[in-house]
Design a protein around this ligand. Structure first.
Ligand code: NDP
Length: 346
């Protein structure tokens, strides 16, 4: 992707805030393939050996920035003067938002304001993508949600994302900025962190199948597989609209190439339960999930969000975006990746 400046062709410049994330790393891959000059931010404390970053070294520039530190964000925007900014970073774990509600507000709600302020002051013409979330709809009573669905968040993470969503619109309307929110439904991949249920399942399946001796640690700080060889799960009846992250970052890019700045719902308009994910994942390696899993109250959330599908028809009509990978294909490709990662003898 090139822009013409005074007759010369120059690469477009993009900043990805939170490049170590699942989405940030896929987005970096996509923008590099399109010829962008990419700068990604990581926190000072983020290890350079982060698995999502290894393949990007030497291809992108990396700068340190933190969503709670205005100066660090100013420095990045001032030094790059980007054409496009993607704020992907957040305290992104809904379950942790009950134990860290203030931090979640600082990072996930106020962090985007700091990004907008940095852009407004140092690269006012830049287009900004803000990651919002399906969680802004909370427990709204509807089969599927679109861009006009009322907001009804019911956990600290969803409420912080609601603020991020509304402030994006505020900067668009107040300052005329090209500021857009991506209302993304759940999206997964082999780069998903182990804190999230799909990855917990696919890593668990790989550890059980390959009889791994040192499984990774789960969200309670215990071995992912207990001494009886079982995977401890939360509420397995919970349903989500699950898509493939690699495809969702294409939607982020398309949103910023649009003629006018707008928010879009990105989803698959299907939904499956955690039980469905367990069944597909275990069957893929020839096992029955019921023999290897325990529902553990410790992993239940104080409030759960109900089933809701993401109606992506506006994105399909106006951006030409639609999901391609099915739920079952997604789970299987994640199991395959984890079987390679958690090998026998690991
Ligand atoms: P991840 O959980 O993989 O990554 C979160 C990122 O935020 C990491 O890069 C992390 O850096 C960074 N981060 C956390 N705190 C700070 C901070 N204080 N300052 C700077 N960076 C910080 O995210 P995903 O790729 O799954 O999601 C991307 C975005 O989309 C997030 O905003 C998430 O809330 C949102 N979202 C995700 C959905 C999904 O299903 N994946 C659904 C809807 C919305 P570090 O590596 O240092 O921890």
């Amino acid at each position: 992707m090139v822009a013409v400046t005074k007759g010369a062709m120059v690469a477009k410049k993009a900043v990805i805030i939170g490049v170590s994330s699942q989405d940030g790393s896929y987005l970096a891959d996509l923008l590099l393939a399109k010829g962008y000059e990419v700068t990604g931010t990581i926190r000072r404390t983020t290890g350079y050996q982060h698995p999502n970053l290894a393949h990007l070294y030497g291809k992108i520039k990396i700068q340190a920035a933190d969503l709670i530190d205005q100066t660090s964000l100013n420095e990045v925007i001032k030094s790059v003067r980007p054409d496009e900014v993607y704020n992907i970073a957040a305290q992104s774990i809904p379950a942790d938002s009950w134990t860290h509600p203030i931090y979640t507000g600082e990072v996930t709600a106020l962090g985007p304001v700091r990004v907008f302020e940095a852009v407004r002051n140092f690269a006012p013409g830049a287009r900004v993508y803000q990651a919002t979330s399906r969680e802004i709809f909370g427990n709204i009573k509807a089969a599927s949600a679109n861009e006009s669905t009322p907001l009804d968040a019911n956990n600290p993470y969803g409420i912080a994302k609601t603020y991020a969503h509304m402030i994006t619109r505020c900067y668009r309307e107040s300052y005329g900025m090209f500021a857009c929110g991506g209302i993304l439904f759940n999206h997964e991949s082999p780069r998903r962190s182990l804190h999230f249920v799909t990855r917990k399942i696919t890593a668990g399946v790989a550890c059980i199948k390959n009889k791994v001796k040192n499984p990774p640690i789960n969200e309670a700080g215990e071995p992912l597989i207990d001494s009886d060889g079982k995977l401890h799960m939360g509420d397995t009846s919970t349903k989500r609209d699950w898509g493939y992250a690699k495809e969702y970052v294409e939607a982020m890019w398309l949103i910023l190439q649009n003629k006018i700045p707008k928010d879009y719902v990105i989803g698959t308009n299907t939904s499956y339960s955690v039980k469905d994910a367990l069944a597909v994942a275990f069957a893929h390696v020839g096992l029955d999930w019921k023999d290897y899993t325990i529902e553990d109250k410790k992993f239940f959330r104080p409030t759960e969000i109900k089933e809701l599908k993401g109606d992506y028809s506006l994105a399909k009509k106006e951006l030409g975006w639609e999901p391609k990978t099915t739920f079952s294909e997604l789970i299987k490709l994640m199991v395959d990746a984890d079987l390679k990662r958690f090998k026998p003898g690991f």
